[in-house]
Design a protein around this ligand. Structure first.
Ligand code: MSS
Length: 366
């Protein structure tokens, strides 16, 4: 096997045994390493950057970081220190890359071949965007989008539109969004977007802009390439563009984490099949598990604390495993009646794979 790639300096504090380093900007959590609790420990959480992260010196004085708020009656630039005086909330959300599960697309799309581990369940603390908007006099102008701009320094001489991480989501997402300065009870790290990051609950990873420098309530979507042509669900054989649906809200999805992931030995007899499940925009209603490749299903118990509709739930089902090969899979239904899809939706760039078949775990029991 090829030697494991080292963790890049900005993420050197991650647990090397729990992650797969695809590149310095794409680090995946192993299937066996989400932890036994509902919250994914920070040292195990995946990282994805479209651009190299900014200089770590932006964390030297966190409270001095500024963010410009536009599209409100009193547009202004505020420091993180000031934001902390205006309001606070703590929220758990599933953070999942739009390309999680890309590995299972047969056409091998360009982009990181994530399996299950470009996702985690994370606790965020920050100011609700709606509180901030209200403090600044309310929304100004026509309804539309909420647009966040990342604070990366872009190389000179290039059109910023081609590189800037600037994402727009439908305006209503503002109701539950946060500008977060803390993750899992610690000041937000550079790897995860410190000093300040936009969290858009229920929306895929890319919409959660790190090192946020500007938050604007806009009439139109951002003209940036990352908004207009990337992160779009383009049918096979087409060229992705603004007419294709943007990758926004997440879908019901679940996968099994144990037993037998990452080559762990499984002995015949009793075992507890465990995994994680989320609805995306709605809470988890039920999870069913199959240990025979999807022929028969049994309802699993939801275990651990319920941290709200945007968090994932852990599930568990005690089973008897005979010697031989078994295909374990799970399927979630949310409180809106949406059921995890059996088949992935084929698309050029390999986004939003929620297929329960693709995420099956094949286990050799001895
Ligand atoms: N932000 C910024 N500023 N930059 C970049 O690059 N990326 C994205 C988000 N945000 C970015 C941002 C993505 S793409 C993702 S996933 C996320 O982030 C991740 O996160 P973490 O923390 O994990 O790293 Mo896909 O859809």
């Amino acid at each position: 096997a090829p030697a494991a790639k080292p963790l890049p300096p900005y993420a050197a504090w991650k647990d090397a045994d729990s992650v797969i380093v695809h590149t310095p900007n794409t680090i995946e959590t192993r299937r066996s390493a989400f932890g036994d609790g509902v919250i994914t420990p920070s040292r195990q959480l995946y990282v994805r950057n479209n651009l190299p992260p900014p200089n770590p010196s932006i964390l030297d004085d966190r409270d001095a970081w500024t963010v410009e708020i536009l599209g409100v009656k009193q547009p202004r630039t505020l420091t993180v220190g000031e934001l902390k005086t205006l309001g606070v909330e703590t929220l758990a959300t599933v953070l999942q890359c739009s390309g999680n599960g890309r590995k299972f697309f047969p056409h091998k799309p360009s982009g990181t071949p994530w399996e299950v581990g470009a996702a985690g369940c994370v606790m965020w603390t920050g100011i609700p965007v709606r509180t901030l908007v209200e403090y600044l006099g309310g929304v100004e102008g026509a309804p539309g989008y909420m647009t966040g701009t990342g604070g990366e320094t872009l190389p000179e001489g290039l059109d910023p539109k081609t590189l800037a991480v600037e994402r727009s989501v439908p305006r209503e997402a503002m109701q539950d969004a946060l500008l977060a300065w803390e993750m899992n009870n610690e000041p937000l790290s550079l790897a995860h977007g410190g000093p300040l990051r936009l969290i858009v609950p229920g929306y895929t990873g890319v919409n959660n802009v790190k090192y946020i420098k500007r938050l604007a309530l806009t009439a139109e979507q951002s003209p940036a390439k990352i908004q207009q042509t990337s992160y779009r669900m383009a049918p096979m054989g087409s060229k992705p563009g603004p007419d294709n649906p943007s990758v926004w809200g997440m879908e019901p999805k679940s996968w099994i984490t144990t037993p037998g992931s990452d080559g762990q030995a499984v002995k015949a007899g009793r075992a507890v099949v465990r995994g994680v499940a989320f609805g995306g925009m709605h809470a988890v209603k039920r999870v069913d598990v199959s240990i025979d490749g999807g022929k028969t299903w049994k309802q699993a118990a939801l275990i651990g604390p319920d941290l709200g509709k945007y968090a994932w739930r852990q599930f568990a089902l005690p089973v008897e495993l005979s010697a031989g090969q078994h295909m374990l899979m799970s399927r979630v239904e949310d409180t809106d009646g949406r059921v995890q899809v059996e088949m992935r939706v084929e698309n050029v760039e390999g986004y939003v794979n929620s297929s329960w078949r693709d995420h099956a775990l094949t286990v050799n029991v001895s």
